[in-house]
Design a binder for this molecule. Structure first.
Ligand SMILES: [Zn+2]
Length: 447
């Protein structure tokens, strides 16, 4: 039922949100009633059905994907059982809270305690696998051995279930020591590889209180996720009741995860619900175009590049007045194909990132630049002239100059014609050198 509410959430956000909140409150109340004799039970707020084929790897301890949980939702997982001495106590504690979990069972343990496997299943938890012998350093094993571990673990748990059913196609690798070969193999077998979102270090020699503290601290840091515990440790047995009570007190909800089957379709989800960092409307970074190498990208404002890093259009902003009065020859070919509007010089505190393509010099223009001092200077002049061509045209119109009154391109042709007739092509080069333009051109050439 709650799954259908979440389905509606995507279509009718406001209505469904209200309905969702009410349903969640109602679900909590119903859960307490559904856990007879345990009014303080946290219960299980919902069950999600997942398709391993669609989501072959989960758990942010290793991957950038995890279960599609809402805020304050927790999935409990227990590794390394069944070991009757502790596993049975864990099952009793979970039963007292009507909390459903996923158990990653070790094949060898299942062989030794098949009854323990069936207890997990009969209590309504998800039975999953965790290799046959729990080898340490499984990432260093030959891939054949790793495959064998995985296959045998599944076979042993299947045998222990003894009802013709198989465990859930959920696999956790011992010590989370996964290599690429294992990931590919698991995917090829239709297994979902489970990492976790946070552990509580209950396999280490720490106190039960420390296990509780770590579980709560790490959960608070993430706000939701898959908690990794072990049902073969006394400290876990000691810590679990307190963890469950505190989860309820802080408003967390337990979510049970089961695999999709032909009769049980996967819970509808959006792809971004599985992402560790779903795209956010408030993060501007994702909206920037590709950042050129000279700028270090910050989330809100970028550092202003040094003037020497900018192209002529920006450097020209300050120098335009000085060049306006010169008679500037205009060549026909403009090496820069695009015009860009830049903010005035005074507002350069935070610049938009220029597209990388702006800095690409067409091959033909590069050749022109290298060809001769005269054409190099002419090109430099052309660049300076292009940006101020409108103003130049206006000024020339005031002086009555016929050629300059034409549009920029035509003016350029006229100017070039004048240049060749007068034979004064060297003059702009000298002028350009005097004005320091040749230095900038050399800089451009190097880039
Ligand atoms: Zn383990």
């Amino acid at each position: 039922m709650i799954a259908s509410v979440f389905g509606g959430l995507r279509r009718r956000p406001l209505t469904a949100l209200c309905v969702g909140l009410l349903t969640s409150v109602a679900a909590q109340a119903a859960l307490a009633a559904d856990c007879p004799g345990h009014p303080d039970a946290i219960g299980t707020s919902r069950t999600i059905v997942v398709d391993p084929g669609a989501h072959p790897i989960i758990g942010t301890m290793q991957y950038n994907k995890t279960l599609p949980l809402a805020d304050r939702e927790v999935v409990l997982t227990f590794d390394d059982g069944p070991l009757p001495k502790y596993s049975n106590q864990i099952l009793d504690i979970l039963a007292a809270h009507c909390a459903k979990a996923t158990f990653f069972l070790v094949g060898r343990q299942a062989n030794a305690n098949p009854q323990g496997v069936r207890k997990v299943r009969d209590a309504g938890h998800t039975v999953a696998t965790h290799s046959q012998n729990h080898p340490t350093g499984m990432d260093r094993l030959p891939l054949d051995r790793s495959r064998q571990e995985i296959e045998q673990g599944i076979a042993s748990v299947t045998a222990a279930l003894a009802d013709g059913t198989a465990p859930a196609p959920f696999l956790r690798i011992p010590g989370l020591r996964v290599n690429n070969g294992i990931e590919e193999f698991a995917a090829s077998r239709g297994l979902q590889l489970w990492s976790a979102d946070f552990p509580a270090d209950d396999w280490r020699n720490v106190s039960a209180n420390r296990v509780y503290e770590l579980a709560m601290q790490r959960l608070e840091n993430k706000g939701k996720g898959i908690l990794l515990l072990h049902d073969i440790q006394a400290r876990t047995v000691a810590a679990l009741p307190r963890i469950l009570r505190e989860l309820k007190a802080r408003g967390y909800r337990i979510v049970h995860v089961v695999p999709a089957t032909p009769d049980r379709p996967a819970t509808p989800t959006e792809p971004q619900q599985w992402q560790l960092h779903p795209p956010s409307e408030v993060v501007a970074t994702s909206r920037w175009p590709k950042v050129p190498k000279f700028a270090s990208a910050g989330p809100a404002a970028l550092p202003v590049p040094a003037l020497s890093d900018l192209d002529w259009r920006t450097t020209d902003l300050g120098a335009r007045t000085a060049r306006r009065g010169r008679g500037v020859p205009l060549p026909a070919a403009m090496p820069w194909p695009r015009q860009t509007t830049l903010p005035p010089a005074g507002t350069l505190a935070a610049l938009p990132v220029p597209a990388a393509s702006l800095f690409k010099l067409p091959e033909s223009a590069r050749l022109t630049l290298l060809a001769s001092p005269a054409s190099r200077a002419a090109t430099a002049q052309a660049r300076s002239t292009e940006v101020s061509s409108a103003k130049l045209a206006g000024k020339s119109r005031r002086r009555g100059g016929a050629a300059a009154a034409q549009p920029p391109a035509a003016a350029g042709q006229a100017a070039q014609a004048r240049q060749s007739v007068g034979g004064t092509t060297a003059k702009p080069a000298v002028e350009a050198k005097r004005n320091g333009r040749s230095v900038r051109v050399a800089g451009l050439k190097k880039r």
